[in-house]
Write a protein that binds this ligand. Structure first.
Ligand code: SIN
Length: 360
């Protein structure tokens, strides 16, 4: 089960002397290395192009987990790795059935005494959605760390190998316990709740707007500079299951009509997240359609298309009067994840659903 470095110890690793945070799992110098499952799902980190200078015209998700691990020999000094190929998808095609499979597999692995943490390799495009979904549905305080890459595995200066090493280093570290799901990317450690993709091409593609990263990882050192405040993992009411209520996202913009909202309601949507302008404001035509939807029992959540900041309840729209819910600081994509889970858990009505958004 442990094909890589199964009998290694950390006796010889790490020549740094300044902080115990350089040691994984807080173990002494003769301890057995932590056991970390690496679950591969595809993405650019597993992408390949025809030549090494091509960083945009490649196929995502074609390099297998064994090849990804073989590219990082230093992993054997950090952890014993248990690799699994869960999927091989471009994450633009992430589907809820795969979310169910992934979350259930992680819960099963973490329930075992044989596994100390999990790393998920993923595409960057929907990583923030998967990370938040896992943050709300994993039932363990053991570390779960997502990572990815902006350059394919075949590229000059591919960023995937170091991101993978750093993700395993974070997952193997004792201070990563109880922090919810983490994202290790470009030397930074982000909370799954906060992290968003902010660049289409740069290797520093992930940020936590307004509040910044939780910490950093470099050369085997892991440093957390703040904690995670909102409830997650063991403290949530959400259980991953096969049923996903239909929740869609609409965008408000100059001249938008009500037709998209009306079509969704006619199609049986259970919830609508609106990516509003500014502080979640909504064009009058669309707002009337959403008010009509809410009066028919559709859950309507106001978020913002801006990319940072928060949406104030009863700020840019009279939420109390229209039966809307404010997303607070969650972006539209994460709001959709939370609303699907809340509806699947039986949440109903704007008061109860607002409490969910105020809690998570
Ligand atoms: C993907 O999200 O699977 C492709 C893009 C990427 O990983 O950067």
């Amino acid at each position: 089960m442990w094909p890589r470095g199964a009998s290694l110890t950390i006796a010889a690793m790490n020549t740094q002397t300044s902080s115990s945070s350089a040691l994984p799992s807080g173990q002494g110098s003769t301890s057995v290395l932590p056991r970390i499952a690496v679950l591969a799902t595809g993405g650019t980190i597993a992408g390949a192009a025809a030549d090494a200078t091509n960083t945009s015209g490649y196929q995502a998700g074609v390099v297998g987990v064994d090849q990804l691990l073989d590219a990082v020999p230093a992993l054997s000094t950090v952890a014993r790795i248990a690799p699994e190929q869960i999927a091989s998808v471009d994450s633009k095609d992430m589907a809820m059935a795969l979310w169910t499979t992934l979350a259930q597999r992680i819960n099963t692995l973490l329930a075992s005494d044989d596994i100390d943490g999990v790393v998920v390799t993923h595409g960057t495009d929907t990583l923030e959605e998967t990370a938040y979904l896992l943050h709300l549905t994993i039932k363990s305080d053991k570390p779960v760390v997502l990572t990815a890459a902006m350059r394919p595995a075949s590229a000059l200066s591919a960023d995937g190998p170091l991101n993978l090493l750093n993700a395993v280093t974070v997952a193997a570290h004792s201070r990563s316990h109880g922090q919810g799901v983490l994202v290790a990317f470009n030397n930074r450690i982000h909370s799954a709740r906060d992290v968003v993709k902010t660049s289409t091409y740069a290797v520093d593609a992930f940020q936590s707007p307004e509040i910044g990263a939780l910490g950093w990882v470099q050369d085997g050192r892991v440093e957390f500079q703040r904690g995670v405040v909102r409830a997650h993992t063991l403290a949530t009411e959400f259980v991953i299951g096969p049923n996903w209520p239909l929740v869609e996202i609409v965008v408000s913009y100059a001249g938008v009509s009500r037709s998209t909202v009306d079509a969704l309601v006619a199609g049986g949507v259970r919830g609508i997240v609106v990516a509003g302008t500014g502080n979640g404001s909504i064009h009058a035509s669309m707002q009337q359609a959403l008010a009509d939807a809410a009066s028919q029992g559709v859950a309507v959540v106001r978020s913002s298309r801006v990319g940072s900041g928060h949406v104030m309840r009863n700020g840019a729209a009279p939420d109390d009067a229209l039966g809307f819910i404010s997303a607070g600081s969650l972006n539209p994509y994460k709001s959709r994840v939370l609303l699907m889970l809340a509806l699947a858990a039986g949440g109903t009505g704007p008061v109860a659903l607002q409490k969910v958004f105020d809690t998570y």
